[in-house]
Each structure stands twice: as structure tokens, then as C-alpha cells.
Design a binder for this molecule. Structure first.
Ligand code: ADP
Ligand code: GLC
Length: 488
């Protein structure tokens, strides 16, 4: 039985700029919204701190979560003034969570252009997170930071005039090394209070710029990333270019721990956003979900054709140029392709153009739509994820929970979670290695053929995915081990 918050439990503060369901952009939000609960059940005294971005407190209220304002404010001395924030405390899913509310977090969550001004809220947030202990009378043993947006915290513990005297251990978890927080060093170096000597090529300097993620990696007590395969890929030049040297140099403190899911939230048997529920023993509801999805897409709801779905940020990482370049070939298979996502213009436009050319086969739902994403996961037959790189990927796991068979590239966390059914030992999906249209179509055609011609085999593949263990249990144990290794 887990010891919840016993007095000698390890104290860990999760420092995150995304938190599902209040401020989620992608998988980081999902992880921050579900891992702390699993850690808490594993006996870690974990709390979360996150900015109250615009709309977050309203969502908190709408969700009926009771929140109180902590008596003391937190502050950060930055850019020659004191930045105060109110601390709003709430119990989110059994985890004590602090939302920092101030004008520093009144702008867009992720700025389109990074410079001193737009990077400042992230530095302020990290300093306020370091000050939180006095306001709440609870001192963490470990600060667990995520991605470049909280990477200033380990930097501050190592190189800030004041914070380097205070001590404290930190973990830097890399959800995506492609986003590094790079911008001009001036006036940041003076304004942030970092020691002048701390800016050099073996710390946070990067071709004359500040690179917060590089600093965080070097300064953190330990580093983790979100799958074992990505942990080895990021040490190679092909994967992370100029940062690979640092990651290789720091490899002794790096580990890869695969993400889990909030399996209660992502559950086809309890999901309130889908028209019919189903589970591995009774799949009938899935057919109703498929009908509803086809109807929503304006396609024939009675079609026998396999429905390929994608739910994704439409950015280079996700490989959608392959998808729109293969539009004709996909349409020729007879399958329907439904894509939900938003992101870079050239990718949105490429897909929109493909949808215009093949209106009976391809449909783009442009935007971010949580309930619709559930309908796609539930109503699809095949989930397509042709990522160029993928640190972990949650969508392929969610789709498997909903009996939607993944077709995925063998890269990063996809390689650790999707296994080709045509291996001698069998598997839960269809995979391909080469990052091109031919590779993707080779796997996709095999999936479509199997769906069309071997219904029994198809059902077995679906069930294989639905029975996978995507809970956080095992990985929470590995994080706990990492915390213990750091504090012994
Ligand atoms: P990443 O974090 O790189 O975006 P992941 O697969 O780890 O990729 O996580 C993506 C998460 O964001 C999943 O929960 C997915 O359902 C969700 N998501 C992505 N795009 C959309 C969208 N347009 N609408 C709703 N949810 C989305
Ligand atoms: C990032 C990665 C994704 C991963 C997620 C959560 O956004 O792109 O692969 O699943 O973080 O760790």
C-alpha cells in the first residue's frame, strides 16, 4: 500500500508551464497533469507549481476545484525590479498545486518570437518557484523541471548570485530537445542576476546566444528524457545537432523513462466525450463512434472503408509533409483520412490543399479541440503518426487504448511502444523506418489491407493495443528511484 505524504517522504516540486486540463498545448501538459498523481500514490510528497496563464483560473473554477490564496506572495528580483505573484493553492486530482498569478503571465503562453522580453516570464517563474518554499513553509528536496521553459531553475541554483548559495537539487526532464529557449544574451545576463562568469561555452552560451535548455542540462543534478530510445538518439548529431555534444558529455546523468497516461481520463469505457462506450470485451460502441465521426466529417457514415485518424500539433516534427505529399496514394487505398490539428501555416495549407483535392477521402479539422480529439481516437480504425522524431508520443498510446491501431515511424518513444504485427513475435501496430512517403505508405498499405481482408487478425491487433499497460505505475517507480538516487 502506498504511503501518501508520510513525514519522511521525499519532497518534490514539479515546476511546469503546462498543466492539463488547464493549460495544455501538447504532451507536456498531459504528463504534468498525470505523473504527479502517480508519484504521490507511490509515496512521494509531490506538489506542482505552474503559472496562471490567461483563462487558467477560470477553468479551475469551471471545473469546480476549490482554490484559496496563500497569505504570502512570492517574488523574483529580475530586471532591476521586484516581480510579485499571488499564490493560488488548489487540490488538483489529489495533488497540491500552486498557480502563480501575476501580470508576468498575462501574455501568450508560448511567444512566437523569443527575445529578452518574451523569455523573461519564464525566468521570473523559475525564481518565484524557488521562493515558494518560504511562502508555503515546505522545502522541496528536489525541483523537477520540464523543458526549456523551466530550465532557468537549475541554472539559477548553479550560477545565480543569490540562489547558488541556497543549495537545492534539480532534475531536468527533456520532453523535446528541439525547443531550447535561445535568445540574445543582453540584457538578460545582467537582468537575471546570473554570475558574469556563468556565461561560457560549457554552460549556457550557445553560438553567442543564451540557450536555457543547454544551461539546464549542464546545471541540473540529473537529467531525464521521456523514452529510452530518445535518450540515446539525442546524443547523436543527426538528432539534436549542436546540442548532441553536451548531451553526450552529460550522458552519465541522463536516463530515459517512458511516459504513461492518465488511464482513467483516456478510457473508452468511461469517456463522456464519445457517443458510445466500449472496452476490450465489448467493442460494439466503437462502431457507433465511427459512425458519429464520419457524420461529423460529412462523409458516408455507413462506409466499410477504414478510417485513418491523426490528432497532432501540425509542426515539422510530426511528418505531415509526408502525409500531404502522399494524399493521392492514400485516397487510392479507399481509406478515409481525418486530421485534427493546428500549427505551422505551410503544413496546415498542405493538408487543406490535399483535402480540397480529395474531398471524399480527406478531411482537416483545423484547430485544437479536446472533445473532438476523443471522438477521433474512438471512431478511427488506424492512427497515423509518421513523426520525423518523437521524444515519447502519447497519441499512439491513447489511440491503442481506444482500439485504434497505430501506424508509426520507428523513432524515439514510438519505437518503444509500437511494435510491428509482422514481426515473428507479433505486435500492436504497423511500423516503418525510412522517413519518406514510400516508407510510410508501405506500412499504411499493410494496415489498410489487413483491415479490409482479415477482420479476425485486425480484431486481435486492436485487442493487443487495448490490453497494453499504459499506466504510470512502472515509470512512477523509476522516477522515484531517480529521486532516491539523488538524495542518498
Ligand atoms: P506532443 O507533445 O509532441 O504534441 P504527444 O503525442 O506527446 O505529442 O501529445 C499530444 C497531446 O496533445 C495528446 O494528448 C493529443 O491528444 C493532444 N493534441 C494534439 N493536438 C491536438 C488538437 N488539435 N486537439 C486536441 N488535442 C490535441
Ligand atoms: C513532447 C514530445 C512528445 C512527448 C511529450 C510529453 O511534446 O514531442 O513526444 O510525448 O513531450 O513528454
Amino acid at each position: 500500500m502506498a504511503v501518501k505524504n508520510s513525514s519522511n517522504a521525499l519532497k518534490v516540486l514539479f515546476v511546469t508551464t503546462e498543466l492539463a486540463p488547464f493549460s495544455k498545448v501538447g504532451g507536456l501538459g498531459d504528463v504534468a497533469g498525470s505523473l504527479p498523481k502517480a508519484l504521490s500514490q507511490a509515496g512521494v510528497d509531490v506538489r506542482v507549481v505552474t503559472p496562471a496563464w490567461p483563462g487558467v483560473l477560470e477553468k479551475l473554477e469551471a471545473a469546480g476545484v476549490k482554490a484559496t490564496t496563500v497569505k504570502s506572495k512570492v517574488y523574483a528580483a529580475y530586471d532591476w525590479r521586484i516581480h510579485f505573484a499571488n499564490v493560488i493553492k488548489a487540490d488538483v486530482n489529489g495533488v497540491t498545486t500552486y498557480f502563480l498569478n501575476s501580470e508576468d503571465y498575462a501574455g501568450d503562453m508560448y511567444p512566437a518570437q523569443l527575445n529578452f522580453w518574451t523569455a523573461s516570464p519564464f525566468a521570473v517563474f523559475c525564481m518565484q518557484a524557488l521562493e515558494l518554499k518560504d511562502a508555503i513553509n515546505w522545502t522541496p528536496d528536489i525541483y523537477h523541471c520540464h523543458d526549456w521553459t523551466s530550465a532557468f531553475l537549475p541554472c539559477a541554483l548553479a550560477w545565480h548570485r543569490h540562489y547558488r548559495q541556497t543549495g537545492g537539487k534539480s532534475i531536468m526532464t527533456l520532453h523535446n530537445v528541439a525547443y531550447q529557449g535561445v535568445f540574445e544574451p543582453y540584457p538578460f545576463l545582467d537582468a537575471s542576476g546570473l554570475e558574469p562568469w556563468s556565461f561560457n561555452s560549457s554552460t549556457m552560451e550557445f553560438y553567442g546566444q543564451v540557450n536555457l535548455l543547454k544551461g539546464g542540462i549542464v546545471a541540473a543534478t540529473a537529467v531525464s528524457t521521456v523514452s529510452p530510445t530518445y535518450a540515446s538518439e539525442i546524443q547523436t548529431y543527426e538528432s539534436t545537432r549542436e546540442l548532441s555534444g553536451i548531451l553526450y558529455q552529460q550522458r552519465s546523468k541522463l536516463r530515459g523513462i517512458i511516459n504513461g497516461l492518465d488511464t482513467k481520463f483516456w478510457d473508452p469505457n468511461g469517456d463522456k466525450s464519445i457517443p458510445a462506450k466500449f472496452n476490450a470485451r465489448d467493442l460494439k460502441g466503437k462502431a457507433a463512434c465511427k459512425k458519429a465521426l464520419l457524420q461529423r466529417a460529412g462523409l458516408d457514415p455507413e462506409t466499410d472503408a477504414p478510417v485513418i485518424v491523426c490528432v497532432s500539433r501540425l509542426v515539422e516534427q510530426k511528418g505531415f509533409d509526408m502525409v500531404f505529399n502522399a494524399a493521392g496514394q492514400i485516397a487510392e487505398t479507399g481509406a478515409k483520412l481525418l486530421i485534427l490539428g493546428s500549427g505551422q501555416d505551410w503544413i496546415e495549407n498542405g493538408i487543406a490543399h490535399a483535402a480540397d483535392m480529395y474531398p471524399n477521402s480527406i478531411k482537416l479539422f483545423k484547430g485544437y479541440d479536446e472533445p473532438l480529439s476523443h471522438l477521433l481516437y474512438a471512431g478511427g480504425d488506424i492512427f497515423l503518426m509518421p513523426s520525423v522524431f518523437e521524444p515519447c508520443g502519447l497519441s499512439q498510446m491513447i489511440s491503442m487504448r481506444y482500439g485504434t491501431v497505430p501506424v508509426a515511424r520507428e523513432v524515439g518513444g514510438l519505437r518503444d511502444t509500437v511494435f510491428d504485427v509482422d514481426r515473428p513475435e507479433g505486435g500492436n501496430g504497423f511500423t516503418f523506418l525510412t522517413c519518406d512517403v514510400d516508407g510510410m505508405m508501405w506500412a499504411l498499405r499493410r494496415a489498410v489491407d489487413r483491415y479490409n481482408h482479415d477482420k479476425d487478425a485486425w480484431k486481435n491487433i486492436m485487442l493487443e493495443g487495448m490490453r497494453e499497460d499504459f499506466t504510470w505505475d512502472k515509470s512512477a517507480g523509476l522516477y522515484k528511484e531517480m529521486y532516491e538516487d539523488l538524495t542518498q
